[in-house]
Ligand binder design. Structure first.
Ligand SMILES: Cc1cc2nc3c(=O)[nH]c(=O)nc-3n(C[C@H](O)[C@H](O)[C@H](O)COP(=O)(O)OP(=O)(O)OC[C@H]3O[C@@H](n4cnc5c(N)ncnc54)[C@H](O)[C@@H]3O)c2cc1C
Length: 286
C-alpha cells in the first residue's frame, strides 16, 4: 500500500485519478482505518488530505461558512460563530464517537462513508449545506442530500474529493436542531435520527423549514411533506401532529435487532416533533 500526503487538492485528485488499484481519501481515518484493520478494505493507495492548505480551516463570510473537508469535529464547537449560527449541525457532529474520535473525525468523512445512520448528515441536509467537489475536470457543487448513492456508496467519481462543506448564512429568526435515538446514552449508532431547520416571522409563524431523517432508509431523507406540515403555522399541536405523521410516512427502514420497522417509524415522528420544538425555540418562537 502506498501512502501519499499531497500539498494541493489538484495533486490529490491526480493521484486518485491515476491509481489503477483501489484508492481511498484519508481524512480522520475513524472509518477507513477501522475498515482496513478489519480487512474490509485493502487500499493500494491512501491519499491523506490533512496537509492540503485550507482543508482544516473554517471560514466565515457574508454568505455563510466554508468548512474544509479535513476539519476535525472537535474544532467545530470551538468556533463560536459557527456554534451560534448552526447549533444543530455542531451538536450532531459532536455526537460522533468519543473525545478521541472527535479530535480526528470529519463531517465530510461522515458523509463519504455513506452510512444511513451518519449523525452529521441529516443536520447538514436540514441546514441546506452544499459540498464543493474537486476532481480531474475541475470543481462542482452538490447539495449534501445528493452525495450518498446508497449504503456505503456516493456519487463521487474517480479522482473526485470533497474539498469543503458550505453552510449558508444563518437567516434572521431561524433555528436548527438534531436529535437521534440510541439505546445507550453515547458511543452508539443512530437507530432513528431527525434534523429540523426553520425560520419564523415577527409573529412566530414558520416561513420556511427543512426536515430530514437518518437511519430510516438507505440514504438520508429530505422530507418535504414534513416541512410543508409546519410552514404557515406557529407549531401548534395540530401542526406537530401533521409533522410527525409526515415524518413517519416517509420512513422505509430496515427491521433488525436494534429497531423494528414499527419502532423506527413511530420514533421518527416523535423526534421530528421534538427537534421542531427545539428549532422553533432557537428561532425565538415561544
Ligand atoms: C469509536 C467510534 C465511534 C463512532 N461513532 C459514530 C457515531 O456516533 N455517529 C456517526 O455518525 N459515526 C460514528 N463513527 C464513524 C466515524 O467516526 C464517522 O463516520 C466520521 O465522521 C468519519 O470521518 P473521518 O474523517 O474519520 O473519515 P475517514 O475514515 O477518513 O473516511 C471515511 C470514508 O470517506 C472517504 N472520505 C473521507 N473524506 C473524504 C473527502 N473529503 N472526499 C472524499 N472522500 C472522503 C474515505 O475515503 C472513506 O471511504 C464512529 C467511529 C468510531 C471509530
Amino acid at each position: 500500500m502506498r501512502y501519499e500526503s499531497p500539498a494541493t487538492t489538484k495533486e490529490a485528485c491526480t493521484l486518485l485519478a491515476k491509481e489503477k488499484g483501489t484508492a481511498f481519501v484519508l481524512a480522520g481515518g475513524t472509518d477507513l482505518l477501522v475498515k482496513m484493520k478489519a480487512g474490509m478494505v485493502e487500499p493500494d493507495l491512501v491519499v491523506d488530505i490533512k496537509r492540503i492548505k485550507g482543508m482544516c480551516d473554517i471560514k466565515k463570510s457574508a454568505s455563510g461558512f466554508v468548512i474544509g473537508a479535513a476539519t476535525p469535529n472537535a474544532a467545530l464547537s470551538e468556533n463560536a460563530a459557527l456554534l451560534k449560527a448552526w447549533p444543530g449541525v455542531v451538536e450532531a457532529a459532536q455526537l460522533i464517537g468519543s473525545k478521541q474520535v472527535q479530535g480526528r473525525c470529519t463531517m465530510a468523512g461522515n458523509l463519504c462513508n455513506a452510512s444511513p445512520a451518519a449523525d452529521s448528515v441529516p443536520a447538514l441536509v436540514a441546514a441546506g449545506a452544499r459540498v464543493v467537489i474537486a476532481g480531474p475536470k475541475g470543481k462542482r457543487k452538490l447539495a449534501v442530500e445528493d452525495v450518498p448513492a446508497g449504503v456505503g456508496r456516493t456519487v463521487l467519481k474517480k479522482g473526485e474529493i470533497i474539498e469543503a462543506i458550505e453552510l449558508p448564512a444563518k437567516k434572521p429568526k431561524s433555528g436548527d436542531a438534531y436529535l437521534r435515538f440510541i439505546p445507550r446514552s453515547e458511543m452508539d449508532i443512530a437507530v432513528v435520527s431527525c434534523a429540523v431547520n426553520l425560520s419564523i416571522d415577527g409573529k412566530g409563524v414558520i416561513t420556511a423549514a427543512r426536515v430530514s431523517l437518518g437511519a430510516v432508509a438507505t440514504t438520508v431523507l429530505l422530507v418535504k411533506d414534513a416541512a410543508k406540515a409546519i410552514i404557515g403555522t406557529k407549531l401548534d399541536d395540530q401542526a406537530k401532529a401533521k409533522l410527525a405523521a409526515a415524518a413517519s410516512a416517509a420512513c422505509r427502514p430496515i427491521d433488525d435487532k436494534r429497531g423494528t420497522v414499527e419502532f423506527r417509524t413511530e420514533v421518527a415522528g416523535v423526534l421530528a416533533r421534538r427537534a421542531a420544538e427545539i428549532a422553533y425555540a432557537r428561532a425565538g418562537g415561544k
